[in-house]
Design a binder for this molecule. Structure first.
Ligand SMILES: CSCCC(=O)/C(O)=C/O
Ligand SMILES: [Fe+2]
Ligand code: NI
Length: 181
């Protein structure tokens, strides 16, 4: 089940609230400029599926997003528990960073934990299959796929280089809960 946990940045051990209803998650995130929607990931895709397979299965949703907001690049992150680079892949996103563009991710299988640092609050969004999240450009955030990664996410970008991150150098991510396996 998707879940949003909200904290003050100084109190990682004491959440202010935890929400599991999609409308509550969406409205709370919308109040800080983050788009969260429940889509239908109907094509049966398993973690480990190839990018071509995923892109072909979700062509119409991808085209819709691309024409809506002018995204020009799309890729796929497809992770399994036995992925040979799972530790490196996990580490890549674990520290607080920003992107120069919106972070648009559509989960078509499995789950992952996005944590957003907005003003003096921290929003931990457990995204599951069917969830679409769009985090505005410049938002401080990190992502945990866990020790046992199991997900497929489609990523959309509005620059030709795809994924480019600027790390903040802050250690805040290490103080907040990771994804539980
Ligand atoms: C869920 S896709 C992999 C994570 C990612 O692209 C990112 O930018 C995390 O912050
Ligand atoms: Fe990111
Ligand atoms: Ni409700």
């Amino acid at each position: 089940m998707s879940r949003l946990t909200v904290y003050h940045e100084a109190s990682p051990e004491l959440p202010n609230k935890m929400l599991t209803h999609v409308e509550d998650i969406a409205s709370t995130l919308a109040s800080v400029g983050v788009r969260f929607e429940r889509w239908q990931a109907q094509a049966p895709i398993a973690p480990g599926a190839s990018s071509d397979e995923v892109l072909a299965a979700y062509r119409s949703q991808i085209d819709q997003l691309m024409s809506e907001r002018g995204y020009i690049t799309v890729d796929v992150v497809s992770m399994t528990r036995d992925h040979p680079q799972k530790a490196e892949m996990r580490a890549k996103f674990l520290d607080e960073h920003r992107h120069g563009e919106d972070e648009v991710r559509f989960f078509v299988a499995g789950r992952g934990l996005f944590t957003l640092h907005i003003d003096d609050h921290v929003y931990a969004v457990l995204c599951e299959k069917n969830d679409l999240i769009s985090v505005p450009a410049g938002t401080r955030h990190w992502f945990d796929m866990g020790d046992e990664p199991h997900f497929v996410a489609i990523r959309l970008f509005n620059n030709p280089e795809g994924w480019v991150a600027k790390f903040t150098g802050e250690d805040i991510a290490g103080r907040f809960p990771r994804l539980e396996d």
